[in-house]
Ligand binder design. Structure first.
Ligand code: ZN
Length: 426
């Protein structure tokens, strides 16, 4: 009996620990640049084929359009930002934002599209599927008031009236969580282009709903996760591996690999993916790795205003702190492109690298491994991406070899400590 009780107790603990707070989803990721042509396409790959096709079609159409009109542009950027959420284990939310700019265009252009998928009925939802008639009226009324107050300079009032009369029931550009409903409007739908994407938020408990949404509990991590104890010998060679653009489904594998050698690495993560990888992020900290900031949605930071930069950095910092209890001290600018404004705006330390095996370009793990081994030496900082299977495979080859050669795998913070210790010794 005692054993049974123990087993029950243990499984309860495991259930509590694993929680229902993380909704792991796989991401498609294609981040690359050639000269001043910057491309960052990222979107979730859900378990539902229909939803995946909708997402892919939407992104492909936008990318194709961008390629067509930016053909002659010398400087251009295409970026997609994606947020994924699963509410009450039933409603899958995908919010896609595309941003593109080309030196041939007068202004950057941006658009937003959401998909709300009901796993139970296997269908995409519009507002009339979640709100009663009364609920639609409530939303209409506050929307009208809200837009008039906030967007008075750019609102097309006649357009808004016909939208509320004829289209709102079937409107599908919205997301919700367990407490709020957000409606998104692309430029030129209800407002002129200068207001950009317009959104309006409503509290769910003030609306008459057709569906039942239960509150989900997410406990913030206010306690510092205990990091694994490590001993580093400053007299032996050290090497700092850094991984950009994650987390992804490969990150756990990389964490395990470093842990095998009692080593760790630094991960420059992208803010909008973090909710899908809460456990991975906490594991990162527990195993003694360092987390750095790599923007919120991987837009090219060099072209951002001070305000946009601050927003990108802070949103990501807040998410990391909320999930892990630790706050990054380092930032790596997207595409490694650094300018004066980034240096001045960011209070974080800028972290670049000195060995680039170009794992986004070379598709073979052996080639990537060889490129690392050829250039790695004491105090090297290696740039990799934990978004490719080939990079994980290269890490396995490289760690095994470098471990044989006596290297210790350290975070950027530890690398600095080692440098300081060595300096003080001489
Ligand atoms: Zn990157």
């Amino acid at each position: 009996m005692i054993t049974l009780k123990k087993i029950f107790f243990m499984s309860l603990i495991i259930l509590l620990l694993s929680g229902c707070t993380e909704t792991k989803v796989d991401y498609y990721s294609n981040i690359s640049h050639q000269g001043k042509n910057y491309v960052s396409i990222q979107y979730p790959i859900t378990t539902n084929q229909t939803l995946n096709e909708h997402i892919k079609t939407y992104i492909d159409e936008h990318y194709q359009r961008f390629l067509n009109y930016s053909k002659t542009a010398k400087e251009k950027e295409f970026n997609t930002s994606a947020e994924y959420n699963l509410i009450n284990k039933r409603y899958e939310m995908v919010l896609l934002t595309t941003f593109n700019t080309a030196s041939s265009m007068a202004h950057p252009s941006t658009s937003v599209k959401s998909f709300v998928f009901d796993k139970k009925t296997n269908s995409l939802l519009s507002l009339k599927d979640i709100l009663t008639e009364k609920g639609i009226e409530q939303v209409s009324e506050s929307l009208k008031q809200n837009l008039k107050e906030t967007y008075q300079n750019c609102l097309f009032e006649n357009r808004l009236n016909s939208f509320l009369d004829e289209e709102i029931q079937d409107y599908s550009n919205f997301t919700f969580d367990d407490s709020t409903l957000v409606l998104y409007f692309n430029p030129y739908l209800l407002t002129s282009g200068n207001c950009g994407i317009v959104n309006s938020t409503f509290k769910l408990d003030t609306l008459s709903l057709k569906i039942n949404i239960e509150k989900e509990v997410f406990e913030e991590n206010t306690i510092l996760l205990k990091s694994k104890e490590k001993s580093i010998d400053p007299n032996k060679p050290v090497i700092a591996f850094t991984f950009d653009d994650g987390p992804s489904k490969y990150t756990d594998d990389i964490l395990n690999e470093f842990n095998k050698y009692q080593g760790s690495a630094t991960f420059f993560v992208i803010g909008n993916k973090l909710d899908s990888y809460k456990n991975t992020l906490q594991e990162m900290v527990k195993l003694g790795n360092e987390i750095g900031n790599h923007s919120y949605n991987h837009q090219w930071m060099s072209r951002m205003s001070e305000e946009e930069l601050t927003d990108q950095i802070n949103k990501t910092q807040e998410k990391i702190t909320k999930i892990t209890g630790t706050t990054p001290t380092r930032i790596r600018p997207t595409y490694g492109a650094l300018n004066k404004r980034i240096k001045e705006t960011s209070k974080l330390e800028i972290a670049l690298w000195n060995v680039d095996p170009k794992d986004w370009k070379y598709k073979n793990s052996k080639t990537i491994a060889e490129r690392i081994l050829r250039n790695a030496e004491d105090q090297s900082i290696i740039l990799l991406h934990d978004t490719h299977k080939r990079s994980v495979d290269a890490v396995k080859i490289v760690l095994k070899e470098l471990d044989k050669q006596g290297y210790q795998f350290v975070t950027l913070g530890e690398l600095e400590e080692v440098k300081l210790l060595r300096k003080n010794e001489t």
